[in-house]
Design a protein around this ligand. Structure first.
Ligand code: FMN
Length: 498
C-alpha cells in the first residue's frame, strides 16, 4: 500500500468524506459519523487531521483495531504530517473555570474534598470537567447523594480513652489501611495525560484499593503493569489490590474473554455494574454535544434526520449512546450462573438500589453488593446509597454480615465513611474527589485525597468515642430523618414477600 500524503488527508474534512489519522494510519470515518458515541461533531472537529492524542484520552489505542478493516486506507507518509489540517479549535477546550483569576492552588491548600474540584475546574478543559461532573437529568440523584450524608448525625460518646485509633478494614479479604477505596471511573485520559496508571500509582503509594473500570483509557494489562511497577519501587509492599469493574457486553464470547483476561492478570474481584442497561441521560453532555454540532455546522439535519431514521442522522444531540455492543441491556440474574463458571473469585454487584435486589444477590451467591446510583449518573431521582442501606437494614437484615456491603455516591468527608460503617457497610467507594485530585495534581493529588479522607476519618473516630472500626454500632448515628422518608411496603403481606 502506498503512503498517503497529509495534504490528501486534509482534503477529506467534510461530513461527505471524513478522514482522520490515528497512530500514523489513515481512516475513512465517513460511515461511522452517525454511530460515534461521543457524537459526530467530535469526529468532524478532527476531520483531515491527526486525532491520535484526542483518541487516546478516551480509548486505549488498541481500540482502533475494532474499526471495520475497509475504513483503514493506509499509512500516512511520515514526512507529510506538517500538511495535515490542525483540528478545529473549539471553545470546549477552554478551561472549565470562567474566572481568569482562578489559579490552581498548591496541593497543600487542598484540605477537604471539595477543594480538589475547584482545582480541577481551574486546569481542565471545559469538556473534561463536564464529563466528570455531569449527572443524570436535572441532577437530583447527585444532589441527594451529597445531601443525605448530612442528614444523618452522630451520637458521640465521651471520656472513652481514644488516644490511638485504628482505621484498618479488609475488603473482600484484602486488608487495607482504610475502609474506603477508589471507585471505578472510565476514560481517565480525558482528565490526565497519564490516566489510570497515574491514579494507580497514587493508590499504591498509600496502600488503598482501587476498582478499575472496563471503560478505562488504558487496557487492563497496561493498568496492571503500572500497578506492578509501582509496587516494585516501594521498599515495603503496598497493601493495594486492584479489582475489576465489569460492564457486560452484548457478545457473550467477548464477555468470557474479558473475564478470563482479568483473572489471568490478577485482578482480585469482579464488580459487575448492574445499574447501566443503557446510559442515563447526562444532561450537561447533551448541551455540549449540541454546541459541538452547531460549531461544525451540522445542526440543520441532525434532529430531523434522526427522527426520520435517515442514514445520515447525527443523533448524539438527542441520545446518549455507548460503543455499539459494549453494554448489554439483556442481562438477567440467570447470567450470574455462567459468569460464576468463568470466574472463581469474589463477585460484587455494583448498583444495587433496593432491598429486594440485595436479597437476590445473596440468593445468587454473590460475595458482595455495592449500593450505588452510579454517582447520580443513571436513573433520575434514584435513592442515595444511604437510603438503600437503611432499606436493607429494615427489610432484609439477614444479608448483613453474610454479604460484604459497599456504598458509594456523594461521599466528600472521611467522617461520612464512619456513618456508613456504623450502619453496617464494609467499606465505601470514593469517585469524583479522586478524579478531580488526579486531574489537578496527578499522583500527588491522589495521595493527598487519601490523606484528607483518612485524617477526617481518624478524627471522626476519636470524637465519636471509638478506637477501632470493630466498635462501630448503628446506635452511634441518628438516621431518623432518612428513616422517616424511607420506602414502605403498602401492606404487611407485601412486606413478608420481600
Ligand atoms: N461506574 C462504573 O461502574 N463504571 C464506569 O466506567 C464508571 N465511570 C465513571 C466515570 C465518571 C467520570 C464518574 C464520575 C463516575 C463513574 N462511575 C462508573 C461511577 C463510579 O464508579 C461511582 O459509582 C460514583 O462516581 C460514586 O459517586 P461519587 O463520584 O459522588 O463519589
Amino acid at each position: 500500500m502506498s503512503l498517503i500524503d497529509g495534504a490528501e488527508v486534509t482534503k477529506h474534512n467534510s461530513r461527505k468524506s471524513c478522514w482522520i489519522v490515528l497512530d500514523s494510519k489513515v481512516y475513512d470515518m465517513t460511515d461511522f459519523l452517525g454511530n460515534h458515541p461521543g457524537g459526530a461533531a467530535v469526529l468532524m472537529k478532527q476531520a483531515g487531521s491527526d486525532a491520535t492524542t484526542e483518541f487516546k484520552k478516551y480509548h486505549p489505542l488498541e481500540y482502533v483495531n475494532q474499526l471495520p478493516p475497509e475504513a483503514h486506507l493506509g499509512a500516512i507518509d511520515p514526512n507529510t504530517f506538517g500538511n495535515l489540517r490542525a483540528p478545529k479549535d473549539a471553545e470546549t477546550n477552554d478551561p472549565a473555570s470562567a474566572n481568569e483569576e482562578e489559579r490552581v492552588p498548591h496541593v497543600t491548600m487542598c484540605v477537604s474534598c471539595p477543594d480538589f474540584e475547584k482545582a480541577a475546574k481551574a486546569v481542565l478543559p471545559r469538556k473534561s470537567y463536564i464529563y466528570a461532573s455531569t449527572s443524570a437529568n436535572t441532577g437530583l440523584s447527585l444532589k441527594s447523594n451529597v445531601d443525605d450524608w448530612g442528614r444523618i448525625n452522630f451520637r458521640p460518646r465521651v471520656m472513652r480513652n481514644v488516644g490511638n485509633v485504628d482505621t484498618r478494614r479488609a475488603i473482600l479479604g484484602h486488608s487495607s489501611p482504610y475502609p474506603f477505596y477508589i471507585s471505578p471511573m472510565g476514560t481517565m485520559g480525558a482528565l490526565h495525560a497519564e490516566a489510570e496508571p497515574e491514579m494507580v500509582r497514587g493508590a499504591v503509594r498509600k496502600g488503598s484499593h482501587m476498582v478499575v473500570s472496563t471503560a478505562s483509557s488504558r487496557t487492563p494489562e497496561q493498568i496492571m503493569q503500572s500497578f506492578e511497577e509501582e509496587q516494585k519501587k516501594l521498599q515495603d509492599a503496598s497493601s493495594t489490590q486492584l479489582f475489576f469493574q465489569f460492564y457486560m457486553p452484548v457478545d457473550r464470547n467477548k464477555a468470557i474473554k474479558l473475564i478470563h483476561m482479568v483473572k489471568m492478570l490478577g485482578y482480585k474481584g469482579l464488580w459487575i455494574t448492574v445499574d447501566t442497561p443503557v446510559l442515563g441521560k447526562r444532561t450537561a453532555d447533551r448541551y455540549l454535544q449540541a454546541e459541538e454540532l452547531l460549531a461544525v455546522g451540522m445542526q440543520e439535519d441532525s434532529t430531523a434526520e434522526w427522527e426520520a431514521g435517515g442514514e445520515n442522522a447525527y443523533a448524539p444531540a438527542m441520545g446518549g449512546r455507548v460503543v455499539s455492543g459494549q453494554l448489554s441491556p439483556h442481562t438477567t440474574w440467570e447470567d450470574l450462573k455462567w459468569i460464576r463458571k468463568e470466574w472463581d473469585g469474589p463477585i460484587v454487584l455494583k448498583g444495587i438500589q433496593c432491598a429486594e435486589d440485595a436479597k437476590l444477590a445473596y440468593q445468587y451467591g454473590c460475595e458482595g453488593i455495592l449500593l450505588s446510583n452510579h454517582g447520580g449518573r443513571q436513573i433520575h431521582t434514584a435513592p442515595s446509597s444511604l437510603m438503600t442501606l437503611l432499606e436493607i437494614r429494615t427489610y432484609c437484615p439477614e444479608v448483613l454480615g453474610k454479604l460484604e456491603i459497599f456504598l458509594d455516591g456523594g461521599l466528600r468527608d472521611g467522617s461520612d465513611v464512619l456513618k456508613a460503617l456504623c450502619l453496617g457497610a464494609t467499606a465505601v467507594g470514593v469517585g469524583r474527589p479522586y478524579l478531580y485530585a488526579l486531574a489537578a495534581y496527578g499522583t500527588q493529588g491522589v495521595e493527598r485525597c487519601t490523606d484528607v479522607l483518612a485524617e477526617e476519618l481518624a478524627t471522626g473516630m476519636h470524637l465519636l468515642g471509638i478506637t477501632s472500626l470493630d466498635q462501630v454500632r448503628p446506635n452511634m448515628v441518628n438516621a431518623t430523618r432518612l428513616l422517616n422518608e424511607m420506602w414502605r411496603p403498602e401492606s404487611v403481606a407485601m412486606k413478608s414477600r420481600l
